[in-house]
Design a protein around this ligand. Structure first.
Ligand code: M6R
Length: 385
């Protein structure tokens, strides 16, 4: 049921505040502002029996596992892969554990080295993606402990994994993944905090700050959804661009790639996602006045560097669409379109900045007359490689 929305995708974009709240709800304690992952099931129990576990004993098992690992691999495809890339920033910063992120179809055929004490984590909304499934099976055969983050409970990947976590976003019908992505980022925040605390990399005070930041996301998202109307109007101007170059640094780099993927799959327009620091190493040559530069530039420790990239792009004639923090006069002045995000901790900024990018692709596709829920050539669940 579309519940009055024109498309499932739009409905799912609007469901994100609720989806994120449901994703974190089992794991965060809103009184103590602490995290304990709920019924992950590392002891070896069927997916159907997870709810029956003794939560305290289960959390102790998860913590024991977290203490024993030396590295994490995150394996996924498409949008779930981009979520995994953000996971790397979170896990490395908050838990000081090395993380490798891989596209499932590359990982499975590379004969990868999986040393002992590796946790292999897969991310899959559907839990049925053929390459991700093959990757988790291979990792198990090679002796790794596996943890799956799925949306569909009891899906094939979910059943295959040793440990289980859920996006809890409710059914996602639109082929373009939206709420499953932000819910995954919420779960990854919880895992990173849990890992960091268990491994002694985070103190109680920082944990509380991080929990408060993730708990604030649903209400912050409500404000960001107002860009729906903005892009409904801006779409007719935006569709005249020849191409879109999305850029960002830190967690905004995977967001740039996710934004570009959304535009490709929905509006069939050429888009690339780049680390802003790479601009001078090639993509700068693409820029002229028919090129839109989508820059994700929150006010963080990388802001000044991002701004200088933006100025260079503008000097080449590129038209700027920027996403920044609050009422940023400087960004507003150099941008054709400026989108203000609420102030957020770096660990949660990505959950907000992706929303205008989802809405922009949605409205561009609508104004071009494309089928947003079922883009050409694509399937919701890629069960063959
Ligand atoms: O179900 P999964 O999360 O494993 O799916 C992975 C990709 O096929 C999926 O994210 C795809 O890239 C989406 N259509 C992107 O919007």
């Amino acid at each position: 049921e579309k519940q009055g929305f024109a498309h499932y995708m739009l409905k799912e974009i609007y469901e994100q505040p609720r989806a994120v709240a449901s994703a974190i709800e089992p794991h965060v304690n809103p009184e103590t502002f602490s995290v304990a992952l709920k019924n992950v099931g590392f002891g070896g129990v069927s997916v159907q029996k997870l709810d029956e576990l003794d939560s305290k004993a289960d959390w102790a098992k998860t913590q024991e596992m977290f203490k024993g690992i030396e590295r994490v691999f995150i394996i996924a495809c498409g949008t779930s892969f981009y979520a995994g890339l953000i996971g790397k920033y979170l896990f490395e910063q908050l838990a000081r554990i090395p993380v490798e992120v891989d596209i499932a179809s590359e990982f499975r055929y590379r004969n990868p080295v999986i040393p002992p004490k590796t946790l292999v984590m897969t991310i899959s909304q559907s839990g049925e993606t053929a390459d991700t499934l093959a990757a988790i099976r291979m990792a198990k055969e090679m002796g790794a402990t596996t943890l799956s983050v799925c949306n569909v409970r009891n899906s094939t990947i979910d059943r295959e994994a040793h440990g289980h976590l859920y996006m809890n976003s409710g059914p996602e019908i639109g082929v373009a993944s939206t709420k499953a992505f932000t819910s995954t980022l919420a779960v990854l925040n919880c895992i990173a905090i849990a890992l960091g605390r268990t491994r002694g990399a985070l103190d109680e005070k920082t944990e509380a700050e991080l929990v408060k930041s993730i708990m604030a996301v649903p209400s912050q998202m409500e404000g960001v959804l107002a860009f729906d109307k903005y892009f409904e109007e801006a779409a007719s101007g935006l569709k005249l661009f020849r191409g879109f170059l999305y850029m960002g640094r830190g967690t905004s780099y995977p967001i740039a790639m996710e934004g570009a993927l959304k535009l490709k799959e929905l509006a069939y327009m050429h888009a690339e996602g780049y680390a802003a620091g790479e601009m001078k190493h090639g993509p700068l040559a693409l820029i002229d006045e028919r090129m839109a530069i989508v820059m994700v530039a929150p006010t963080d420790h990388l802001y000044e560097k991002t701004i200088s990239n933006l100025e260079e792009a503008r000097a080449r004639g590129g038209k700027i669409i920027s996403i920044g923090t609050g009422d940023n006069e400087k960004l507003r002045a150099i941008s054709e379109y400026y989108l203000a995000m609420p102030k957020a901790h770096w660990t949660t900024h990505a959950l907000l900045s992706v929303i205008p990018l989802q809405l922009m692709s949605y409205h561009l596709a609508c104004s071009l007359g494309y089928d947003v829920d079922q883009p050409r050539n694509l399937a919701k669940s890629v069960t063959v490689e």
